[in-house]
Design a protein around this ligand. Structure first.
Ligand SMILES: NC(=O)c1ccc[n+]([C@@H]2O[C@H](COP(=O)([O-])OP(=O)(O)OC[C@H]3O[C@@H](n4cnc5c(N)ncnc54)[C@H](OP(=O)(O)O)[C@@H]3O)[C@@H](O)[C@H]2O)c1
Length: 307
Protein backbone atom coordinates (compact mmCIF):
# COMPACT_ATOMS: atom_id res chain seq x y z
CA UNK A 1 0.00 0.00 0.00
CA UNK A 2 1.45 3.35 -0.99
CA UNK A 3 0.44 6.02 1.51
CA UNK A 4 1.54 9.62 1.38
CA UNK A 5 2.54 10.66 4.89
CA UNK A 6 4.05 13.98 3.75
CA UNK A 7 2.16 17.12 4.63
CA UNK A 8 0.03 18.07 1.62
CA UNK A 9 -1.63 21.28 0.51
CA UNK A 10 -5.32 20.33 0.28
CA UNK A 11 -8.19 22.44 -1.11
CA UNK A 12 -11.70 21.60 0.11
CA UNK A 13 -14.94 22.76 -1.53
CA UNK A 14 -18.12 22.78 0.58
CA UNK A 15 -15.79 23.44 3.52
CA UNK A 16 -18.53 25.22 5.48
CA UNK A 17 -20.93 22.23 5.31
CA UNK A 18 -21.53 19.40 7.79
CA UNK A 19 -18.77 17.19 6.39
CA UNK A 20 -16.33 19.91 5.33
CA UNK A 21 -16.38 21.67 8.69
CA UNK A 22 -15.35 18.42 10.40
CA UNK A 23 -12.89 17.36 7.68
CA UNK A 24 -10.83 20.58 7.56
CA UNK A 25 -9.76 20.47 11.24
CA UNK A 26 -8.89 16.75 10.92
CA UNK A 27 -6.68 17.40 7.88
CA UNK A 28 -5.02 20.29 9.72
CA UNK A 29 -4.42 18.07 12.78
CA UNK A 30 -2.77 15.54 10.44
CA UNK A 31 -0.27 18.25 9.49
CA UNK A 32 -1.73 19.23 6.11
CA UNK A 33 -2.13 22.78 4.87
CA UNK A 34 -5.89 23.26 4.25
CA UNK A 35 -7.57 25.86 2.03
CA UNK A 36 -11.26 26.29 1.35
CA UNK A 37 -12.63 26.58 -2.19
CA UNK A 38 -15.55 28.86 -1.48
CA UNK A 39 -18.30 30.86 -3.10
CA UNK A 40 -18.11 33.76 -0.65
CA UNK A 41 -16.09 35.09 2.28
CA UNK A 42 -17.72 33.09 5.09
CA UNK A 43 -15.84 30.54 7.19
CA UNK A 44 -12.84 30.44 9.44
CA UNK A 45 -10.08 29.53 6.99
CA UNK A 46 -8.18 32.72 6.21
CA UNK A 47 -6.70 31.67 2.93
CA UNK A 48 -9.23 30.53 0.37
CA UNK A 49 -9.71 29.94 -3.34
CA UNK A 50 -12.78 31.65 -4.82
CA UNK A 51 -15.06 29.88 -7.27
CA UNK A 52 -18.39 30.06 -8.97
CA UNK A 53 -19.83 26.56 -9.41
CA UNK A 54 -21.26 27.67 -12.77
CA UNK A 55 -17.98 28.91 -14.24
CA UNK A 56 -15.09 27.50 -12.20
CA UNK A 57 -12.28 29.05 -10.19
CA UNK A 58 -11.81 32.82 -10.36
CA UNK A 59 -8.04 32.24 -10.61
CA UNK A 60 -7.27 28.64 -11.70
CA UNK A 61 -3.52 29.30 -11.33
CA UNK A 62 -4.08 28.95 -7.57
CA UNK A 63 -4.38 25.21 -8.21
CA UNK A 64 -0.71 24.98 -9.20
CA UNK A 65 0.31 24.92 -5.53
CA UNK A 66 -2.39 22.38 -4.52
CA UNK A 67 -1.64 18.65 -4.07
CA UNK A 68 -5.18 17.39 -3.49
CA UNK A 69 -8.79 18.53 -3.83
CA UNK A 70 -11.68 17.23 -1.75
CA UNK A 71 -14.85 18.32 -3.54
CA UNK A 72 -17.89 18.28 -1.26
CA UNK A 73 -19.92 21.24 -2.54
CA UNK A 74 -23.54 20.81 -3.55
CA UNK A 75 -27.01 22.13 -2.83
CA UNK A 76 -28.28 20.47 0.38
CA UNK A 77 -30.72 17.78 -0.80
CA UNK A 78 -32.96 17.97 2.29
CA UNK A 79 -33.31 21.78 2.24
CA UNK A 80 -36.78 21.78 0.68
CA UNK A 81 -39.39 19.85 -1.30
CA UNK A 82 -38.08 18.39 -4.54
CA UNK A 83 -39.97 20.58 -6.99
CA UNK A 84 -38.49 21.15 -10.44
CA UNK A 85 -36.43 24.19 -9.35
CA UNK A 86 -34.96 22.34 -6.36
CA UNK A 87 -34.12 19.29 -8.49
CA UNK A 88 -32.36 21.57 -10.99
CA UNK A 89 -30.28 23.09 -8.15
CA UNK A 90 -29.43 19.66 -6.71
CA UNK A 91 -28.28 18.40 -10.13
CA UNK A 92 -26.59 21.52 -11.43
CA UNK A 93 -24.64 22.31 -8.22
CA UNK A 94 -23.06 18.85 -8.47
CA UNK A 95 -22.85 18.09 -12.19
CA UNK A 96 -22.07 21.59 -13.54
CA UNK A 97 -20.06 22.43 -10.40
CA UNK A 98 -17.82 19.37 -10.81
CA UNK A 99 -17.45 20.00 -14.56
CA UNK A 100 -16.36 23.61 -13.95
CA UNK A 101 -13.86 22.49 -11.30
CA UNK A 102 -12.32 19.92 -13.65
CA UNK A 103 -12.22 22.52 -16.45
CA UNK A 104 -10.27 24.79 -14.10
CA UNK A 105 -7.86 21.89 -13.45
CA UNK A 106 -7.44 21.41 -17.21
CA UNK A 107 -6.10 24.92 -17.84
CA UNK A 108 -3.17 24.75 -15.42
CA UNK A 109 0.13 23.01 -16.11
CA UNK A 110 0.88 21.67 -12.65
CA UNK A 111 -2.25 19.94 -11.34
CA UNK A 112 -3.36 18.44 -8.04
CA UNK A 113 -2.50 14.73 -8.00
CA UNK A 114 -5.85 13.61 -6.60
CA UNK A 115 -9.50 14.65 -6.72
CA UNK A 116 -11.57 13.07 -3.96
CA UNK A 117 -15.12 13.85 -5.02
CA UNK A 118 -18.26 13.26 -2.97
CA UNK A 119 -20.98 11.06 -4.40
CA UNK A 120 -23.74 9.24 -2.53
CA UNK A 121 -25.15 5.75 -2.01
CA UNK A 122 -28.18 7.22 -3.75
CA UNK A 123 -26.18 5.98 -6.81
CA UNK A 124 -27.68 2.51 -6.19
CA UNK A 125 -31.32 3.61 -5.79
CA UNK A 126 -33.99 1.51 -4.03
CA UNK A 127 -32.66 -2.09 -4.05
CA UNK A 128 -34.46 -3.94 -1.24
CA UNK A 129 -32.17 -6.30 0.72
CA UNK A 130 -29.66 -6.85 -2.13
CA UNK A 131 -26.09 -6.11 -1.08
CA UNK A 132 -24.50 -3.32 -3.12
CA UNK A 133 -20.77 -3.29 -3.83
CA UNK A 134 -18.88 -0.66 -5.79
CA UNK A 135 -19.30 -2.77 -8.95
CA UNK A 136 -23.11 -2.91 -8.62
CA UNK A 137 -25.17 -1.16 -11.28
CA UNK A 138 -26.68 2.28 -10.75
CA UNK A 139 -30.35 2.67 -9.82
CA UNK A 140 -32.91 4.43 -11.97
CA UNK A 141 -34.39 7.25 -9.87
CA UNK A 142 -33.57 10.99 -9.83
CA UNK A 143 -30.75 10.78 -7.28
CA UNK A 144 -29.15 7.75 -8.95
CA UNK A 145 -29.10 9.67 -12.23
CA UNK A 146 -27.56 12.74 -10.55
CA UNK A 147 -24.87 10.58 -8.90
CA UNK A 148 -23.99 8.87 -12.21
CA UNK A 149 -23.57 12.24 -13.95
CA UNK A 150 -21.67 13.70 -10.98
CA UNK A 151 -19.20 10.80 -10.98
CA UNK A 152 -18.80 11.00 -14.77
CA UNK A 153 -17.83 14.69 -14.52
CA UNK A 154 -15.29 13.93 -11.76
CA UNK A 155 -13.89 11.00 -13.76
CA UNK A 156 -13.07 13.37 -16.63
CA UNK A 157 -10.10 14.46 -14.46
CA UNK A 158 -8.48 11.01 -14.94
CA UNK A 159 -7.78 12.12 -18.55
CA UNK A 160 -5.69 14.93 -17.05
CA UNK A 161 -3.58 12.38 -15.15
CA UNK A 162 -5.37 13.01 -11.86
CA UNK A 163 -6.26 10.14 -9.50
CA UNK A 164 -10.03 10.34 -8.95
CA UNK A 165 -11.93 8.80 -6.02
CA UNK A 166 -15.76 8.89 -6.04
CA UNK A 167 -16.76 8.58 -2.41
CA UNK A 168 -20.31 7.17 -2.30
CA UNK A 169 -21.36 8.52 1.08
CA UNK A 170 -24.06 6.84 3.18
CA UNK A 171 -26.44 8.57 5.61
CA UNK A 172 -24.04 10.71 7.67
CA UNK A 173 -24.69 10.49 11.42
CA UNK A 174 -24.03 13.66 13.39
CA UNK A 175 -26.17 15.71 15.76
CA UNK A 176 -24.82 18.81 13.99
CA UNK A 177 -26.71 18.27 10.75
CA UNK A 178 -28.24 15.87 8.23
CA UNK A 179 -30.74 13.09 8.98
CA UNK A 180 -29.86 12.47 12.64
CA UNK A 181 -30.16 16.15 13.59
CA UNK A 182 -33.68 16.15 12.10
CA UNK A 183 -34.62 12.96 13.97
CA UNK A 184 -33.31 13.97 17.39
CA UNK A 185 -36.01 16.45 18.52
CA UNK A 186 -38.98 14.04 18.16
CA UNK A 187 -36.94 11.08 19.45
CA UNK A 188 -35.82 13.05 22.53
CA UNK A 189 -39.50 13.79 23.25
CA UNK A 190 -40.32 10.08 23.00
CA UNK A 191 -42.21 10.73 19.74
CA UNK A 192 -39.90 8.66 17.50
CA UNK A 193 -40.78 5.47 15.66
CA UNK A 194 -40.24 3.51 12.47
CA UNK A 195 -40.79 5.20 9.11
CA UNK A 196 -42.95 3.29 6.63
CA UNK A 197 -42.47 -0.50 6.83
CA UNK A 198 -39.26 -0.28 8.89
CA UNK A 199 -37.76 -3.12 6.81
CA UNK A 200 -35.90 -0.71 4.47
CA UNK A 201 -32.11 -0.70 4.84
CA UNK A 202 -30.33 2.51 5.85
CA UNK A 203 -26.61 2.41 5.18
CA UNK A 204 -25.02 4.93 7.50
CA UNK A 205 -21.61 6.29 8.44
CA UNK A 206 -20.61 8.32 11.51
CA UNK A 207 -19.17 11.76 10.78
CA UNK A 208 -15.96 10.82 12.61
CA UNK A 209 -15.32 7.77 10.41
CA UNK A 210 -16.40 9.63 7.24
CA UNK A 211 -13.78 12.35 7.75
CA UNK A 212 -11.18 9.61 8.38
CA UNK A 213 -12.28 7.88 5.14
CA UNK A 214 -11.91 11.09 3.12
CA UNK A 215 -8.43 11.69 4.58
CA UNK A 216 -7.56 8.02 3.85
CA UNK A 217 -8.65 8.42 0.21
CA UNK A 218 -6.48 11.53 -0.16
CA UNK A 219 -3.38 9.88 1.32
CA UNK A 220 -3.67 6.35 -0.05
CA UNK A 221 -2.35 6.35 -3.60
CA UNK A 222 -3.76 2.86 -4.28
CA UNK A 223 -7.35 4.05 -3.87
CA UNK A 224 -9.23 5.19 -6.98
CA UNK A 225 -12.70 4.92 -8.52
CA UNK A 226 -15.87 4.36 -6.50
CA UNK A 227 -15.53 3.82 -2.74
CA UNK A 228 -18.58 3.09 -0.58
CA UNK A 229 -18.32 5.23 2.57
CA UNK A 230 -20.66 3.28 4.84
CA UNK A 231 -20.24 1.31 8.03
CA UNK A 232 -19.80 -2.47 7.54
CA UNK A 233 -23.04 -2.91 9.53
CA UNK A 234 -26.02 -1.37 7.73
CA UNK A 235 -29.30 -1.42 9.67
CA UNK A 236 -32.95 -1.66 8.79
CA UNK A 237 -34.98 1.40 9.73
CA UNK A 238 -36.56 -0.71 12.51
CA UNK A 239 -33.11 -1.58 13.96
CA UNK A 240 -31.98 2.04 13.59
CA UNK A 241 -35.09 3.33 15.39
CA UNK A 242 -34.73 0.84 18.24
CA UNK A 243 -31.02 1.60 18.70
CA UNK A 244 -31.49 5.38 18.67
CA UNK A 245 -34.30 5.06 21.25
CA UNK A 246 -32.05 2.84 23.38
CA UNK A 247 -29.10 5.28 23.21
CA UNK A 248 -31.41 8.20 24.13
CA UNK A 249 -33.32 6.15 26.77
CA UNK A 250 -36.62 6.99 25.07
CA UNK A 251 -39.55 4.87 23.78
CA UNK A 252 -39.96 4.58 20.00
CA UNK A 253 -43.60 3.59 19.73
CA UNK A 254 -44.95 6.25 17.35
CA UNK A 255 -44.54 5.16 13.72
CA UNK A 256 -44.53 7.57 10.78
CA UNK A 257 -46.65 5.88 8.07
CA UNK A 258 -45.09 5.89 4.61
CA UNK A 259 -48.09 7.66 3.00
CA UNK A 260 -47.84 10.47 5.58
CA UNK A 261 -44.08 10.88 5.00
CA UNK A 262 -44.80 11.13 1.25
CA UNK A 263 -47.56 13.67 1.89
CA UNK A 264 -45.21 15.84 3.96
CA UNK A 265 -42.02 15.49 1.94
CA UNK A 266 -43.07 14.22 -1.50
CA UNK A 267 -40.46 12.45 -3.66
CA UNK A 268 -37.74 13.24 -1.12
CA UNK A 269 -39.45 10.88 1.39
CA UNK A 270 -39.55 8.04 -1.13
CA UNK A 271 -35.85 8.41 -1.97
CA UNK A 272 -34.34 9.31 1.41
CA UNK A 273 -36.59 7.66 4.01
CA UNK A 274 -38.49 4.81 2.38
CA UNK A 275 -35.96 3.50 -0.17
CA UNK A 276 -33.89 0.49 0.89
CA UNK A 277 -30.18 0.54 0.09
CA UNK A 278 -27.89 -2.04 1.71
CA UNK A 279 -24.34 -1.07 0.90
CA UNK A 280 -21.04 -2.79 1.73
CA UNK A 281 -17.70 -0.91 2.12
CA UNK A 282 -15.82 -3.49 0.00
CA UNK A 283 -13.10 -1.17 -1.32
CA UNK A 284 -12.33 0.34 2.08
CA UNK A 285 -12.00 -3.13 3.58
CA UNK A 286 -9.84 -4.29 0.65
CA UNK A 287 -7.49 -1.34 1.30
CA UNK A 288 -7.29 -2.04 5.03
CA UNK A 289 -9.32 0.93 6.33
CA UNK A 290 -10.18 0.45 10.00
CA UNK A 291 -13.50 1.86 11.24
CA UNK A 292 -13.43 3.40 14.72
CA UNK A 293 -17.21 3.08 15.18
CA UNK A 294 -18.43 0.15 13.01
CA UNK A 295 -21.47 -0.57 15.25
CA UNK A 296 -24.55 1.66 15.28
CA UNK A 297 -24.99 2.02 19.07
CA UNK A 298 -21.29 2.92 19.53
CA UNK A 299 -21.40 5.32 16.61
CA UNK A 300 -24.53 7.12 17.85
CA UNK A 301 -23.09 7.33 21.36
CA UNK A 302 -19.77 8.65 20.06
CA UNK A 303 -21.37 11.30 17.85
CA UNK A 304 -23.85 12.41 20.54
CA UNK A 305 -21.14 12.58 23.21
CA UNK A 306 -19.02 14.79 20.94
CA UNK A 307 -21.82 17.29 20.28
N1 LIG B 1 -24.75 14.52 4.80
C1 LIG B 1 -25.10 13.36 4.26
O1 LIG B 1 -25.83 12.53 4.87
C2 LIG B 1 -24.61 13.01 2.88
C3 LIG B 1 -24.93 11.74 2.37
C4 LIG B 1 -24.50 11.41 1.08
C5 LIG B 1 -23.76 12.31 0.34
N2 LIG B 1 -23.46 13.52 0.87
C6 LIG B 1 -22.71 14.46 0.03
O2 LIG B 1 -21.54 14.92 0.68
C7 LIG B 1 -21.29 16.28 0.36
C8 LIG B 1 -21.13 17.08 1.65
O3 LIG B 1 -22.31 16.87 2.42
P1 LIG B 1 -22.71 17.84 3.62
O4 LIG B 1 -23.69 17.09 4.45
O5 LIG B 1 -21.49 18.42 4.25
O6 LIG B 1 -23.48 18.97 2.81
P2 LIG B 1 -23.95 20.42 3.34
O7 LIG B 1 -23.85 20.51 4.81
O8 LIG B 1 -25.26 20.69 2.69
O9 LIG B 1 -22.83 21.38 2.75
C9 LIG B 1 -22.55 21.45 1.39
C10 LIG B 1 -21.72 22.69 1.11
O10 LIG B 1 -21.79 22.90 -0.31
C11 LIG B 1 -21.82 24.30 -0.59
N3 LIG B 1 -23.07 24.59 -1.32
C12 LIG B 1 -24.33 24.74 -0.83
N4 LIG B 1 -25.20 25.01 -1.82
C13 LIG B 1 -24.47 25.02 -2.96
C14 LIG B 1 -24.79 25.25 -4.32
N5 LIG B 1 -26.04 25.50 -4.71
N6 LIG B 1 -23.78 25.18 -5.23
C15 LIG B 1 -22.51 24.90 -4.85
N7 LIG B 1 -22.15 24.70 -3.57
C16 LIG B 1 -23.11 24.74 -2.65
C17 LIG B 1 -21.78 25.04 0.73
O11 LIG B 1 -20.42 25.37 0.99
P3 LIG B 1 -19.84 26.86 0.68
O12 LIG B 1 -20.87 27.83 1.16
O13 LIG B 1 -18.57 26.87 1.48
O14 LIG B 1 -19.61 26.91 -0.79
C18 LIG B 1 -22.24 23.99 1.74
O15 LIG B 1 -21.70 24.23 2.99
C19 LIG B 1 -22.48 16.78 -0.47
O16 LIG B 1 -22.10 16.80 -1.82
C20 LIG B 1 -23.54 15.71 -0.24
O17 LIG B 1 -24.38 15.50 -1.36
C21 LIG B 1 -23.86 13.89 2.12
Amino acid sequence: MSTSSNPLRIAVSGATGLVGSALCPLLSQQGHDVLAIRRDDRGSYDESIRWDPGSGLTNPARLESIDAIVHLAGQNIAAGRWNDAMKRRIRSSRVDGTRSLVESMAVVEKRPQVLVCASAIGFYGDRGAMEMEESSAAGSDFLADVCEQWEAEANAATELGVRVVNVRIGVVLSPKGGALAKMLPPFKLGLGGIVGPGTQYWSWIGLNDLTRILAFCVANEAVSGPVNAVSPESSTNREFTKTLGHVLHRPTMIPLPGFFAKLMLGEMATTLLLASTRVLPKQLQAHGFEFEQPGLADCLQHELDGS
